[in-house]
Design a protein around this ligand. Structure first.
Ligand SMILES: Nc1nc2c(ncn2[C@@H]2O[C@H](COP(=O)(O)OP(=O)(O)OP(=O)(O)O)[C@@H](O)[C@H]2O)c(=O)[nH]1
Length: 329
């Protein structure tokens, strides 16, 4: 909700070529208790000022020499791309009121000023403006929640899929390679069972931090399950590099963690799928990496495996029984 203090802290720009009008409005706003008031008598300065300060309200005189209020509103629309123009026009011409509203102004006040009316219109407009801002923030937060894991803040499976599709398209266009690393912690259940769920949560967050630190900024580290993470490597210089990186990630994860005043140790297993060798689409690539992870686990954990070639994989998938997964390199 919007409090009276929020409204008084809102930022306001007064635009009028007449110094007396600027002074009158400024004085009135200060008397009411508004704190963030700026003004200009230069119509050409308005857009740059708004771009830098994003005012909650612009009190805009319509008739000014050189550039009128209608032209200013057109330019402001290029800054306020979401279409909300925080403009309250000031006009002495009754005929301009409707035109100003049609041009995007949210309200108007007539000259000569009726100060009580001006104060009320400013207050009401700011209330709507701040509610609109709050709504924008909520919807951004909701959007972010829908795409991120709440515990670690990492991208979730949905965002990962999107990023992997982009990385594959990029690699396809540039005839380069990219890779998917499927990582699962070894014996994580025991951490929960012995130290408690909170310690388990802390460990997952610390692992997430280490994974992010181990790869490049353009790569994607996502949490896709309880103790399962996927790293999408945007571009590989050569296929050998991925083996070195997998070792580096395993090494990073296996360093001790200080949780609740004690050293906690964990290791990780990794399966790797490389585009286009092990899959040309997200699903196949993820499946390849998952099967390679299964091999790494089966071979004793704390190690990585790189997927089998897709043709072998397809053959093995059609022939093998469910628990007899294909062998990887
Ligand atoms: N603390 C915590 N634990 C979770 C969370 N999500 C899932 N888990 C637990 O993570 C464990 C993951 O299971 P597994 O992968 O089978 O356990 P594991 O001991 O690592 O087994 P291996 O992978 O075979 O080594 C389960 O005990 C889940 O209850 C979470 O958000 N926080």
């Amino acid at each position: 909700m919007i409090s009276p203090a929020d409204i008084l802290n809102a930022s306001i720009l007064i635009v009028d070529d007449q110094a007396t009008n600027v002074l009158l409005l400024e004085q009135m706003l200060r008397e009411v208790g508004y704190r963030c008031i700026a003004s200009t008598m230069d119509p050409h300065a308005v857009c740059a000022l708004h771009r830098d300060n994003r005012y909650d309200l612009i009190l805009l005189d319509l008739q000014m020499p050189g550039m009128d209020g209608f032209q200013i509103m057109e330019s402001l629309k290029e800054i306020e791309t979401d279409g909300y123009l925080p403009v309250l026009v000031i006009t002495a011409q009754p005929g301009h009121k409707l035109r100003a509203l049609a041009s995007g102004a949210k309200d108007f006040v007539a000259k000569p000023f009726d100060l009580i009316e001006v104060k009320t219109r400013i207050h009401n407009m700011l209330e709507v403006r701040l509610l609109y801002r709050q709504l924008e923030q909520y919807s951004r937060a909701l959007e972010s929640q829908a795409l991120h894991d709440a515990l670690t803040g990492l991208p979730n499976r949905r965002l990962l899929m999107d990023r992997l599709s982009l990385a594959i398209a990029h690699a396809g266009r540039n005839t380069s390679t990219m890779a998917v690393m499927f990582l699962d912690l070894d014996g994580f259940k025991q951490i929960n069972d012995t130290l408690g769920h909170d310690a388990g949560d802390t460990l997952l967050s610390l692992v997430a931090d280490r994974l992010v630190a181990a790869v490049r900024q353009e790569d994607t580290v996502a949490r896709v399950g309880g103790d399962e993470f996927v790293i999408g490597l945007w571009e590989l210089n050569h296929a050998d590099g991925v083996a070195t990186l997998a070792s580096k990630v395993i090494q990073a994860v296996s360093q001790p963690y200080l949780i609740q005043g004690r050293d906690v140790n964990i290791t990780a297993s990794i399966g790797v799928g490389i585009y286009p060798l092990h899959g040309k689409d997200v699903e196949t690539l993820m499946k390849s990496a998952d099967l390679a992870l299964y091999e790494a686990k089966r071979a004793g954990k704390n190690d990585y495996r790189i997927a089998a070639h897709t043709d072998l994989l397809a053959m093995a998938l059609t022939q093998a029984a469910p628990m007899d997964r294909p062998r990887c390199k």
